[in-house]
Design a protein around this ligand. Structure first.
Ligand code: GTP
Ligand code: MG
Length: 312
């Protein structure tokens, strides 16, 4: 039985059950109920190329925040591989040790194909964690393609992680990663080429459009030994303070809310379209006629709409 009270108190079982319900779409009412208790967690996105050390960094950041007695939710968004048993597969960093800590909740999400729904689901899961009383929600995503851009829409602060072997900064520029970064991290600072990458990035960032009041830190870390992690956490705090004081946090969150409402309406219209306006079978029959040029798609689309009583 799902208990909102237990969830609000941060009960891990209640968090797990609520997330499952939300993920499976079996209980959307729960989001309606818990929404008023959200808005307190600060969302930090950690994105970068595969293998850059994102999970290791998230681990290290979480350990640092734990020392400050913070409650931390972690979402690992993995667009490709399936997931099982509380840890990422392969040679990836396992987060299970951390997961046993009282003030940490870790959830991994795999898309198994559809990337589109993943960003939406991540938002929902973040809301659950937010309502459960987390101070911070750390979201790890692989920075390839469109997903990380969507994730940037959930996060208040976006940390972009690069490593010497991930190629030059121009490549990162191309991937659009620099545009979404609030803080840049050169991880694997123990590897050759990290200072060169640091210099290249500083140069690239100078070319980027400047945001008044924010200094765009570029930090070097060695996530495996926690080197540079407290500096990174300080910069995350600094960015939060900057967002707060400048009014950006409120402004950006309002625009994210507007986008969220828009997406929810879109989803409702899409589902109405599938369920009530035209069936797949009917659509196939019409396609057949359009193929033979007996019907015109432009005309028939309008006719179907007005026939359905929708006035658009
Ligand atoms: N030398 C060195 N190795 C590191 C550092 N940070 C992480 N690693 C190693 O790099 C490998 C990948 O680290 P992960 O944290 O799994 O990287 P990731 O970016 O989360 O990987 P994906 O989620 O698969 O994209 C692991 O073997 C880590 O131990 C670092 O600062 N220095
Ligand atoms: Mg990872």
């Amino acid at each position: 039985m799902l208990s909102l009270k237990d969830l609000l108190q941060g009960d891990k079982r209640a968090i797990a059950q609520t997330i499952s319900a939300v993920e499976n779409g079996t209980n959307t009412k729960i989001l309606e109920k818990l929404y008023r208790y959200t808005g307190n967690a600060f969302h930090v996105g950690i994105t970068g190329p595969p293998g850059a050390g994102k999970s290791t960094l998230v681990n290290a950041i979480a350990a640092e925040l734990l020392k400050q007695k913070k409650k931390i939710g972690i979402i690992a968004v993995d667009p490709t591989s399936p997931f099982s048993g509380g840890a990422l597969l392969g040679d990836r960093v396992r987060m299970t040790d951390l997961a046993l800590k009282k003030n940490i909740y870790i959830r991994s999400m795999a898309s198994r194909g559809s990337l589109g729904g993943l960003a939406q689901k991540t938002k929902d899961v973040a809301l659950v964690l937010d309502a459960s009383g987390m101070d911070f929600i750390l979201i790890e995503t692989i920075g390839v393609g469109q997903v990380e851009l969507d994730i940037a829409q959930v996060c208040d602060t976006t940390v972009v992680v690069l490593v010497p072997e991930s190629g030059d900064s121009i490549q990162a520029l191309k991937a659009g990663l620099l545009e979404i970064a609030d803080i840049m991290v050169v991880n694997k600072g123990d590897r050759e080429g990290s200072d060169r990458l640091l210099t290249d990035l500083k140069f690239a960032l100078e070319l980027r459009e400047q945001t008044a009041g924010w200094h765009f830190p570029i930090l070097k870390t060695v996530a495996t030994t926690h080197e540079g992690i407290s500096a990174l956490v300080s910069e995350i705090e600094n960015h939060r303070e900057y967002l707060d004081k400048s009014g950006q946090l409120e402004k950006e969150r309002k625009s994210k809310i507007a986008m969220h409402i828009h997406e929810l309406i879109e989803e409702k219209i899409r589902s109405h379209l599938r369920k009530s306006v035209i069936s797949k079978a009917e659509l196939a029959r019409i396609a057949d006629k359009v193929y033979r040029r007996e019907l015109n798609p432009y005309v028939i689309a309008s006719e179907i709409l007005s026939g359905s009583g929708l006035n658009i």
